[in-house]
Design a protein. Structure first.
Length: 264
């Protein structure tokens, strides 16, 4: 059985800052969030690679992106630095079948907003309060083996309203100590690709060391893994040849219609 090829992309900016905040973050993620996720997600059925914004081609050259089954995305303060050309390549890859997991503040990433078609705005508060997650749909594969509810002792609050499309399947809901609630785990289908947004994971708290959070992300990777070969071009799947014999006379047979199709 072939392994799922997973690429974990992290902007890796806060972890490298030479200041008090950077020092604090490195206590939880000394080698970066991407390495922490890789270490905790390692399993026999996963082939995990990592990439960061400061690498050549912003960490995702065509050879790597086109060899990725599921892309895990973490970004926070450098969304604008991600090149539009790369965003379009990722969007195309997702619509052709690649899975995408967007974590925490990645809700404001270019790729997530592009795929959602909305602002993806929300309310937020950062005072280190408690978060309790609840499983909304225990039958969903992403919730497999996850307890009905679990608590994160310190987190950043993300609260409703959350400006995402109505076609998302809510799998997890969160309640925060300050009283807010949030759709913290939502799954989407975009053409042939699956997308999952999961909010827990602030950079200053060791949330990616929590076994339940890692369980959810691992489940989501396996759920988003394409079950069919990823298409090189989704338009190639359009049915051009009739399945049955067409006997109806074409009223436009003698008219040049090429101009109607040249931009499609």
């Amino acid at each position: 059985m072939s392994k799922i090829k997973v690429t974990i992309w992290n902007e890796n900016v806060h972890e490298l800052e030479q200041n008090a905040l950077g020092d604090y973050i490195r206590q939880s993620y000394p080698n970066g969030i991407h390495q922490c996720l890789k270490e905790n997600l390692t399993a026999d059925d996963l082939e995990i690679r990592t990439a960061t914004l400061d690498m050549p081609e912003q960490g995702l050259p065509d050879a790597l992106l086109n060899d990725t089954d599921v892309l895990v995305w973490w970004g926070h303060c450098a969304h604008a630095r991600v090149e539009d050309e790369l965003v379009e390549k990722i969007r195309t890859r997702v619509t052709c079948g690649m899975g995408l997991l967007v974590l925490h503040s990645g809700h404001y990433s270019k790729i997530f907003k592009r795929l959602m078609g909305t602002s993806c705005g929300l309310r937020w508060r950062e005072i280190g309060e408690k978060e309790r997650l609840w499983v909304v749909d225990a039958s969903h594969p992403i919730a497999k083996g996850v307890p009905e509810t679990f608590t994160l002792p310190h987190t950043e609050m993300y609260g409703e309203p959350f400006d995402i499309p109505d076609d998302g399947k809510v799998i997890f809901m969160s309640w925060y100590e300050g009283g807010n609630v949030f759709r913290s785990g939502v799954a989407f289908q975009r053409d042939a690709g699956k997308v999952f947004y999961f909010s827990p994971g602030h950079e200053t708290y060791p949330i990616y060391k929590d076994e339940n959070v890692i369980k959810v992300i691992g489940n989501a990777i396996r759920w988003a893994n394409p079950q069919q070969p990823i298409l090189k071009d989704r338009l190639a799947t359009n049915q051009a040849v009739p399945l049955e014999k067409v006997t109806t006379e074409n009223p436009m047979e003698k008219i040049d219609t090429s101009a109607l199709h040249e931009k499609q």
